[in-house]
Write a protein that binds this ligand. Structure first.
Ligand code: 9MR
Length: 368
């Protein structure tokens, strides 16, 4: 071999050996590439910090995703920190990042009982609440109109322990406006951006446990009630914060639940998938296998329904996951609940997502 090419080969093998684990993967199709063949999408939540400080993670978001959602930047706490002041810094940063790469963005969230700034609750009186909510929606939704593909208009409205009509949560919004807050929010969102899909996002409807089965019924009843009143709700978001240490997925009941939502003419989006593992032993390989199998069972029950538009995970890599704050493992190890590991390599959960998507029948082409 001539000296030059031997040196070139040596140089390239040194470079290959020093590449990080994920570097041989970008040429392989990402999860969104798998999903779009079926007429679906795959995406993830992105926090503001990695967006500006973790280019390697953002490269993987670009490679795997066709849609992103901000983990926090569109919540009232961030975007409307003072009564007379909005702060669009974080929201604009994600929107600009995604727009430059032709990646879609979904908005999260316009009405929630959490992540509200201190000024909000005292400001909400019977006389002021409706205007405050309408102005917020008009300003925020209006700013991104034409670029936002979905809005989580209302997040987590149900909480039966509060013993309110329709099992509604005793939130700042219910206290100020009664159940009409839902009507106001959906109508105001439609007025500000008629083209963004209007979603009601809910959690803890994943397992065949009494209170979660009741919550499924409560969610169906709330949707039926809103549609009956001509509230312009268009889709249900199933968060899918799963627990690999929980009972097995009741695939039959879960797919019936999705069919019941679809039978009302509503779409379904899997909005926040992750799988916590704090009840599992330490072994990485055993945890990854269990997490993947658990998610696969859930996805296989949900994705086949053609009303399901796509899936987003709540973070892409284990290097940044809210699970470590809320469900810390007793042994101090990090949770492994997302498709990529801390080094951004694809895990068994990635494969479970790809395989479940691959085994789903293609969606019928949209009419018109
Ligand atoms: O992951 C989010 C975390 O960083 C925030 O501190 C928290 C409160 O704003 O919200 C977390 O995201 C939640 C999402 O907005 C709604 N569904 C449950 C998610 C996990 O708690």
């Amino acid at each position: 071999m001539p000296e030059l090419s031997r040196r070139a080969l040596l140089a390239s093998s040194i470079a290959a050996a020093s590449l990080p684990a994920w570097a041989d993967q970008p040429s392989q199709p990402g999860l969104h590439a798998h999903a779009r063949i079926k007429g679906m999408f795959f995406g993830t939540a992105v926090a503001s910090e990695p967006l500006t400080k973790d280019p390697a993670l953002m490269d993987r978001v670009f490679a795997e995703c066709g849609i992103v959602v901000s983990e926090n930047a569109f919540k009232w706490f961030d975007i409307h920190p003072e009564k007379e002041k909005y702060d669009f810094t974080g929201a604009d940063a994600l929107m600009n990042w995604a727009t430059a790469r032709k990646i879609a963005v979904r908005g999260h969230t316009l009405v929630w009982h959490e992540a509200n700034p201190d000024w909000l609750e005292p400001a909400l009186t019977k006389a002021t609440a409706e205007k405050i909510l309408r102005d917020h929606i008009k300003t925020v939704v209006g700013r991104y109109a034409g670029r936002m593909v979905h809005w989580d208009v209302v997040n987590e409205p149900l909480h039966e322990e509060d013993k309110k009509p329709l099992a509604l949560r005793d939130s700042v919004w219910l206290r100020a406006l009664g159940p009409a807050y839902l009507d106001i929010a959906f109508h105001a969102t439609e007025a500000a951006d008629p083209h963004a899909l209007r979603v009601m996002n809910e959690f803890n409807v994943d397992y065949e446990i009494d209170w979660q089965l009741r919550k499924r019924d409560q969610l169906l009843a709330l949707c039926a009630d809103l549609l009956h009143r001509k509230v312009p709700l268009q889709a249900v978001g199933l968060q899918a914060h799963l627990d690999a240490g929980e009972i097995a997925i009741d695939q039959k009941g879960l797919s019936q639940f999705v069919a019941d939502i679809a039978s009302m003419g509503l779409k379904v989006i899997v909005t926040e998938l992750d799988v916590r593992d704090q009840r599992l032993p330490a072994s990485v390989s055993a945890r990854d296998t269990a997490v993947a199998a658990h998610a696969r069972a859930w996805l296989d029950a949900v994705l086949p329904n053609p009303a399901v538009l796509g899936v987003l995970s709540w973070g892409l890599s284990d290097r940044a996951s809210w699970l470590n704050d809320k469900f810390a493992r007793p042994d101090g190890l990090k949770q492994r609940g997302l498709p990529l590991d801390e080094d951004l390599g694809r895990k068994k959960l990635w494969t479970a997502l790809a395989n479940s998507i691959d085994s789903t029948a293609p969606r019928p082409a949209p009419k018109g």
